[in-house]
Ligand binder design. Sequence first.
Ligand code: PGA
Length: 292
Amino acid sequence: MKLLLNALIFLVVTDSCSAFTSSNKFGITGGISSATELYARKPFISGNWKLNPQTRDEAVALGKEIASTITPDTPDIDIALFVPYVFIESTINAVDGKLMVGAEGVSPEQKGAFTGAVSSSMVKSIGVNWALAGHSERRTLFGESDEFINGQCLKLIDEGMSVMLCIGETLAEYEQDLAGAVCAVQLKKGLAGISKEQMTNVAIAYEPVWAIGTGKVATPEVAQDVHSKCRAIIKDMYDEDVADATRILYGGSVSPESVDELMSQPDIDGALVGGASLDGTKFGRIINYQPV
Ligand code: PGA
């Protein structure tokens, strides 16, 4: 349904067509009403390879396999793979322009004595436009604070790049009905200092921690409920146009079996996929989702 509306809008709003061709240009454009923008969010399916695969050859083979699943029948969506730094260039070559390749993170620092760090300008110089920030594994295993994550977001945007800010509550927080409150804090702290105009370079990934890597995907109803809360928070922080234009992806055990129903929810604009993005067939099916 969303895709059908997208197609209609594409035909009707001809002078805005360029906005549909590039994710970072997509967003608030003059002359389009809020109602149109609500349905004009371009879906975004992305994979997060984390600490995988183990060799460059495997990364190249996986990148090629995933790229081969993109056909003329694939929905008109943005597709990206977030991959380990060392595989970025080989993966860019392997996918041959069929999808975007992003970094799993960047340093909030630009240069200097920060052993082991990688800056936004470094990844930009090898063709990267997108990076993740705020993934729960980075928050918990690497101790990245909201302030650090905000620094990453600001640095990427400063560089003219785009950021996918990951947010989400733990199981204990979910059970205490705190999902909305946790997302509000993470959104407000993560996006501090980012202007309304700069929000065109931001996508949000709502990833409940209890669903990541557990096989326990949130039900479409639960995910939709939190996504609509997140959109309301963004409206509160900015305005309705920004809220309508910002893409909010769901992440956490997304699979070929769950993607169709998730993508049919009005406020779910895409998916951030971990485990299933390491399997070309599974991720190919997720890219080629079929809204119900
Ligand atoms: P998962 O990971 O799909 O394996 O649950 C999602 C993520 O961590 O982004």
